[in-house]
Design a protein around this ligand. Sequence first.
Ligand SMILES: Nc1nc2c(c(=O)[nH]1)N[C@H]1C(S)=C(S)[C@@H](COP(=O)(O)O)O[C@H]1N2
Ligand SMILES: [Mo]
Length: 364
Amino acid sequence: MSGGSRIQRTLDWLRPPPRIVDWSIFTAVTIAATTGIVSFLGVTPSWTPVFWIHRVVGLTLVVLLGFKLARVRYRITNTDQWQPTTALSVLTALVAFGTIGTGVAWVFGFNPEIPYFHFLSVHVGLGLTLFALMVVHQRSRFRPPRRVDFDRRRTSMQYSVMLVAGALTYRGQEAINNLLNTPGSERRLTGSRREAGTGNGSFPPTSWVADDPDRIDLSEWSLTITGAVERPRQLPYDELSPETREEALLDCTSGWYTVQEWRGVRVDDVLDAVGPETDAAYVRFVSVTGYRWSLPIDEARDALLATHVGDEPLRHGHGRPLRLVAPDRRGFQWVKWIDRVEVRHHGDPAQWLVTLISGFTDRD
Ligand SMILES: Nc1nc2c(c(=O)[nH]1)N[C@H]1C(S)=C(S)[C@@H](COP(=O)(O)O)O[C@H]1N2
Ligand SMILES: [Mo]
């Protein structure tokens, strides 16, 4: 039958030329990696577009990879076509499907217990690996698209169809999830799933592997408040008066969140006691481990230095004696085991170095 079936013809029409497919995969993976990394900051609904782009681009990638694999399949199945770069290409394809597969599995509520990692962090790890492999792969094979590849109407039509199909697929998934009432239907906008309950035992202590201090002896601990302040101070534990209670949501990039009532000292009160200089702009919270994060001073004033969660003293794993509660910030910014608060004139770009690789966990 010449021309094949109607579906076949439609697919052929929708398939962009090879160089554009390759270029689009490169672009889509780059966008997915970028939105994935940027989404690590998102907690509040204003970040919804970032999560949506990530999901829709991820699903569009499925179609693009399908086109690509249909084209290059013979290079893998015909052993006499093998080249030194074939292994790398196969690995890249496997990591690509692993990344998409773990993302889709997560959306449907799949969350197996695995050693050391949370399942969602496997998706993050595969995604970062994919980006790196793709850059290497492109260097051996990449041909930039040429003008002849573009037929403006057709190309924009092809992309509209793919993106709309991606968005509809994601919407359809929501409907199926809700209908079947899978655990995947209970995700926040960030994709995180709820850890229900109150107090220390109801959510997992989550830290970097290397960030694992010894238990802190309260009689040897004190809080130093220093930097751009008029009267630096050092407060022993029993001079803190942890009387402020506040409900706040902790959302970790490894895919869980919890809502707790925290109790502690308002940063505002701590700052008033030391008198920040008038041009002070940031407050840096530093852990006994060296882990740290800074907040703009006005936001910091609204944050809490917590000693308690759900009316229990914080357990070691959750940052005893003192941890930051920074509403509307992602979990990794909620520094644990704080013993130093520094008022500063500038932000602290180096803090990113310590916090880029989230998700190694330390469960008790
Ligand atoms: N000092 C320090 N603080 C830290 C971390 C860490 O590794 N070291 N992990 C952060 C991360 S990634 C999260 S999600 C929260 C988790 O808090 P929890 O362990 O009480 O659940 O703590 C944050 N604070
Ligand atoms: Mo986290």
